[in-house]
Each structure stands twice: as structure tokens, then as C-alpha cells.
Design a protein. Sequence first.
Length: 271
Amino acid sequence: MTNAFAERTLPVPDALRAWIADVESVAVAGELPESFTHVPDTATKLVVRIEDGGRRDAMVVGPRTRASYHVETARRVLSCVQLRLGPGTVRPLLGTPAVDLVGQVVPLGALPTGTARRLAQELVDLAPDEMLSHLARVLPDHLAPAADRSRTRLLRAAVDALSTRPGRVPAQVKDVARELAVSERQLRNLFAEGVGLSPKHYARIDRVRHVLIRAARTDWAELAATTGYYDQSHMTSDFRTLMGVPPRSYFTGRLPDAQPCQAVSRAFSRG
């Protein structure tokens, strides 16, 4: 079956690396599936979409703590660009702590900063490659450096230590706090502000995303061991909690009932 989507990763300009972790451009390249899954995600993203008929919009998608299953709706998206924000950049860019965006889909123009409102107007008229060039020109002029760079460095070191990497088991939260010479409470506060999730929840989502990527080519018991789970039972339990079904059901297509997508949140709307 032909892949319904053409995906490509765009290089992040050096001028944007302090703010943007990665950029993905997705275009419809075939017949869309009748249903689709949003997997858990630790990142806050800027998303610019083009719908059938030419309608364009820019939104902010906050971290997702659980998978959700949806049916295709009448409003068809032809393409989108997703810019994953780096840890610690949400408040400087959008004017709100990351924790306030968890589970939210918010119009970019509804966020508090003038930069967010300006970008909402400008990005929708640009092609994917033009967006990055434009951001590289305007962000250095409209974003002051983070007030406390040491906090951002500390947060990013903790994120790296808690992330799953090939050949490296993620560290335990208590060990990360000790290594960085902060209390676990301080670490939780850093994560709430800069990521939106607790350190423990961040690590759980990151591990499950690693399982989703590698399950097709790795023995499950081996995958559990190399991903930082106590055993395969622990992996299955975590997977079921975040994905709604155990691994075997998910990978054989036995999924929860799909629901229509919810409307964009108006929690930040100015009316």
C-alpha cells in the first residue's frame, strides 16, 4: 500500500537551534486512511496547516500525555509544517508556561506575546523552506535571550539524561537530580515551566515513543531491557497506560474506537 504521506525533515538553521529542536514537513501524497492515531508527545509544537480549498492556519499543539484515536473528518489537511520547540523556549516565545499547554491545541495568534501574534499572521503565507528563513531573520530581533540561561542549560541536561538513546538506558529521576545538584522538587518545577510534564512523565512518554519506533525489529524482552524498563511486564503496563491498549493489540491493529477530532481549544482566546 502506498504511504499516504510524504514526510521530510528540514535542517534547522544555526540561528534557530536555541529555539527549535527539529522541523518536519508533511504533505498528502495519496489517499488518506479512514482513521489515524496521535501518539503521546513530550514537545510543544508550532504547526502551520494548509487545508483543501486553500485555508491556512497556525496553531500551537501542547504536549500529549495519552494516545488518541480519530476518524478522518470532512476538513482535509493537504500539508503541514511542524516545528518542535526546544525545552525552555515556550514561555519566552509564547508568553505562557509549557504546563498550561498540555493537551491543548491553541491558535498561535491567541497567545500572549506580540511575537506569537506576528508569527501567526506571517507564517501562513510562506512555503516550508521560506518559514525557516523568515524565522531565522526575525526571531533574533524579537526574542530576548532567556532571562536565566543557567536554568535552561540545567533543564536541557536533565531532558537529555532522561531521554532514551540507542545503546543507553535513561537515568532515574532521583539520580538526575543528584547529578545536577538540585532537589527533585526543583527538577519538577523546571520541567513544569519548560516542558509541561513532570520528569517522570516525560521519561515514560519518551520510552513508549522509543518502543513504537523499534518494536517492529526488536525482540520485546530485549527492547524492554534496553529501554530502561524493569522487565517486559513493566513495558507492557506502561504502554497500555499511555496508548490505551497493550503492545500486541496496538501492533496488530486492535485499537480503541476512533473519535472525531476535537475543535481547537479556546482557552487562550481573546474573544
